[in-house]
Design a protein around this ligand. Structure first.
Ligand code: B12
Ligand code: SF4
Length: 460
């Protein structure tokens, strides 16, 4: 059978400005789920391809050749995923939807598909495709021994890819209230060191020079991370540069830092979220600001670049707190900043909380993309929070900051920052121009009432 897996992207992210921004920001990297599932189906004799819309528009004529269309969903791309599901169903193709969003809301996803798989699909994918499982909603049993899962098959990926993606663990032991990972990929599980090394060796043979460790928290189990890094160094299974996600406390362990440096782990994304301690306690982050500050200082000594992520609009944060958090990221010379508007993702603790408080404006649609405000904030109006999102990127990505980054990380990094500064200066204007009606209504509503709903509000 001919099977296509599609990884959709929200409309805004496929605009030229975004695509250029994305390439400047980082290398094109795939979601691994469809590559694992597709690889398994290929071994069974199916003709499988995977396409990612974030990097290239879909060629619908080609896609229409397929018998089965498998669609990945995360909450930010679910509207597009459903559009695609409807399109291919109308063309009489069998549509199967899986992934993060479908796992949280399977009944919703089923309105746009023939079958929905909830959870990690490796244990059921063959039976679903062969028709041995015909349930409309298939609940996939959790795989406890991750070593039994085949490696992702990059040969079936038809869209750009310049970096290998490895997950040495699944799930996260923490439970931040706005995050879906620990709820959907829980419980936290680890692969054996040997199994990870075998995958790295495979990726080396395939010619990958850059690597992303996509574990939600690679350094959670520090001893395991150290053992793996030691083996990677010993067996020369390290790459030109590796990116990973960590927790700010990793900077407290000198031995770990030294191994990370030796294994070319050059960039880390740290979820700072806010530098208001009350906020960190409120969201269950279990870390103190002072530890974050000290840790980042140590990371700098080991020449590990820090990408900071902030969540804007948390209940205990004011406009000033948001601005202080952005200033903090500037002070520490963060390599890049990823601000995300707080977004009530279905399946999370935050979603439940906001639903009970009747504060959710929408949990789907084109604005549910972590760049638009989709809930009623506590200490700002919706319009103010939207403006703070734009302000944060404008104030972080300045032309003058390119000089600082050049000094700290070299010419290439400085030039990249310069390009991003240009893009981000125009992004708010571009978004406002593209969505004139949305923004003018948002402003109008917020002028009328202190903390009202925006465009989708029944009262406005
Ligand atoms: C790589 C990655 C990216 C990459 C690549 C994206 C791309 N190519 O489109 C980049 C960095 C660009 C990115 C961007 C974003 N990402 Co991202 N990303 C990831 C990450 C770290 C790894 C994905 C992965 O490989 N997972 C591991 C594999 C094994 O799991 P999986 O792919 O989900 O597949 C399994 C199941 O879902 C299921 N399945 C998957 N697909 C299908 C299809 C079918 C048909 C079936 C039956 C089953 C099925 O079976 C698979 C095997 O078990 C995840 C974290 C995570 N743990 O998943 C976040 C994650 C998916 N991203 C997230 C977010 C929020 C974003 C952004 C919105 C961030 C932002 N603020 O801008 C953007 C949106 C980009 C977009 N496409 O629109 C969230 C999604 C939350 C949610 N519930 O929606 C996650 C979960 C991170 C988190 N901790 O919150 N991301
Ligand atoms: S935000 Fe990060 S630390 Fe918190 S639960 Fe999600 S993956 Fe884990």
């Amino acid at each position: 059978m001919k099977i296509m897996f599609l990884v959709p992207a929200s409309r805004l992210r496929t605009q030229l400005a975004f695509r250029i921004g994305h390439l400047t920001y980082g290398l094109p990297n795939p979601i691994t789920g469809p590559l694992i599932l597709g690889g398994m189906l290929k071994k069974e004799g199916h003709d499988v391809s995977v396409y990612e819309e974030l990097y290239k528009d879909f060629d619908f004529k080609k896609l229409c050749d397929s018998d089965i269309i498998g669609i990945y969903t995360m909450s930010g791309n679910s509207t597009r995923a459903y559009e695609l599901g409807d399109y291919f169903k109308a063309k009489k193709k069998k549509v199967i939807i899986g992934g993060m969003h479908a796992t949280a809301l399977p009944h919703e996803a089923l309105q746009h598909a023939d079958q929905v798989v909830v959870g990690e699909a490796e244990s059921v994918i063959n039976a679903v495709i062969n028709g041995d499982i015909q349930d409309k909603i298939v609940y996939a049993p959790k795989i406890m021994n991750l070593d039994t899962i085949p490696f992702p098959d990059y040969s079936i990926l038809k869209t750009p890819c310049a970096v290998g993606n490895v997950l040495t663990t699944r799930g996260c032991p923490f439970h931040c209230i706005y995050c879906s990972t620990s709820r959907i990929f829980g419980p936290y599980r680890e692969r054996s060191i040997e199994n990870v090394l075998a995958e790295l060796s495979d990726l080396k043979k395939q010619g990958f020079a850059y690597m992303n460790f996509q574990d939600d928290n690679f350094t959670f189990n520090k001893n395991r991370a150290k053992r793996l890094l030691e083996e990677m160094i010993e067996r020369k299974l390290y790459f030109k540069s590796t990116f990973f996600f960590g927790r700010a406390d990793l900077g407290e362990d000198e031995e770990l830092l030294s191994l990370l440096q030796k294994a070319n782990f050059k960039t880390v994304l740290l979820g700072i979220e806010s530098i208001n301690q009350r906020t960190l306690d409120d969201i269950n982050k279990k870390i103190k600001i002072e530890r974050i500050r000290k840790s980042i200082f140590r990371l700098k000594e080991y020449k590990i670049k820090v990408i900071t992520s902030l969540v804007l609009g948390l209940d205990t944060d004011t406009k000033e707190n948001i601005r202080q958090s952005v200033e903090f990221c500037k002070e520490i010379d963060a390599y890049t900043l990823q601000p995300a508007v707080l977004t009530p993702i279905p399946g999370t603790e935050l979603y439940k909380q906001f639903e009970n408080q009747n504060r959710i404006i929408t949990y789907r649609g084109k604005y549910f993309d972590f760049m638009h405000v989709t809930f009623i904030p506590k200490r700002l109006t919706t319009y103010e929070l939207q403006e703070e999102f734009f302000n944060s990127i404008k104030s972080f990505y300045t032309v003058t900051s390119s000089l600082r980054i050049w000094k700290a990380f070299g010419l290439l990094a400085g030039l990249k920052r310069f390009a991003l500064a240009l893009i981000f200066t125009f992004l708010p204007l571009y978004m406002k121009h593209k969505e004139k009606l949305y923004f003018s209504l948002l402003k109008l509503c917020c002028n009328k009432k202190k903390n009202c709903r925006h465009i989708l509000c029944p009262e406005c």
